[in-house]
Design a protein around this ligand. Structure first.
Ligand SMILES: [Zn+2]
Ligand SMILES: [Zn+2]
Length: 260
């Protein structure tokens, strides 16, 4: 029953925000640039919330200055980390990785609440990310940084990833450390993938038809350019196929709060 109620709440919230974005691509000629170019633009990232996909697992509330995302952290793709009775359970089938080994955990329902700034800005000192969730992907899955659990080596842990490059930690919290390939396969290689805790968006590895490398990005794994969503420019992270994958040396902006 609670899940049905959550879905209705989530849907109604999405309906409120569902008509906000898009419509601008052909209007580029009409944009007047009259701002002081040295002034940092503060964008309203709430225009991205209707791009979240796995809505039955998410509740998103857009407030005046913050966006609160509550997730059950349930991947919408198959995984052998679901219990075998789950309709999304699928045995691992990745013949390209003979080193594969399943970790002993299964996916369980989480209650992660992330409150991010609606108008993210560059921080004067860049806070390090911590263990555990550092962001939420559009399909409700937690994003983790490039570090393994204490005592483990992340490059060994890669061999425990399922066919969509995720795995659960000790409490059953499923997460991605690297490009969420199910999302880029279904939404596009340059798609909006989710938010980090500082409110800045994460995009796929492609931009303007070109695959980005870490050399295209700063120490935090992002850069400021115009994007389809923000034609005036916005700082954003990119997932790349090289370590550190999603985030580098911490948050570009000031992180909000996250409980789990
Ligand atoms: Zn992990
Ligand atoms: Zn970019």
């Amino acid at each position: 029953m609670t899940s049905i109620r959550h879905s209705i709440v989530a849907l109604s919230i999405f309906c409120l925000t569902g008509m906000v974005s898009c419509g601008g691509e052909d209007d580029a000629d009409d944009i007047e640039v009259d701002e002081d170019p040295t002034e940092e633009i503060t964008n309203d990232v709430s225009i991205l919330v209707d791009k979240f996909t796995n809505k039955s697992a998410l509740t998103i509330v857009v407030g005046e200055n913050n966006i609160t995302i509550t997730t059950k952290d349930q991947p919408d793709h198959k995984s052998m980390y679901y219990e075998s009775g789950n309709s999304l359970y699928e045995a691992y089938d990745e013949p390209n990785n003979p080193e594969f080994k399943k970790n002993p955990h299964n996916i369980t329902t989480q209650n992660i609440v992330m409150k991010i700034p609606r108008f993210p800005e560059k921080a004067s000192t860049h806070k390090a990310t911590s263990m555990g969730p550092i962001g939420i992907a559009v399909n409700s899955v937690a994003l983790f940084n490039q570090a393994a659990a204490p005592g483990d080596d992340i490059l060994d842990e890669l061999n425990t990833f399922d066919q969509y490059e995720g795995h659960p930690q000790q409490q059953g919290m499923y997460h991605y450390h690297t490009e969420p390939v199910y999302i880029t396969q279904t939404e596009g290689d340059d798609a909006f993938l989710g938010f980090l805790l500082d409110g800045f968006p994460v995009y796929g590895p492609f931009e303007n038809g070109k695959r980005l490398s870490n050399d295209d990005l700063d120490d935090y794994h992002g850069h400021t350019t115009a994007t389809a969503d923000f034609p005036d420019g916005i700082y954003h992270y990119h997932a790349t196929d090289e370590l550190p994958w999603i985030n580098g040396d911490g948050y570009y902006g000031t992180p909000g709060t996250i409980t789990f």
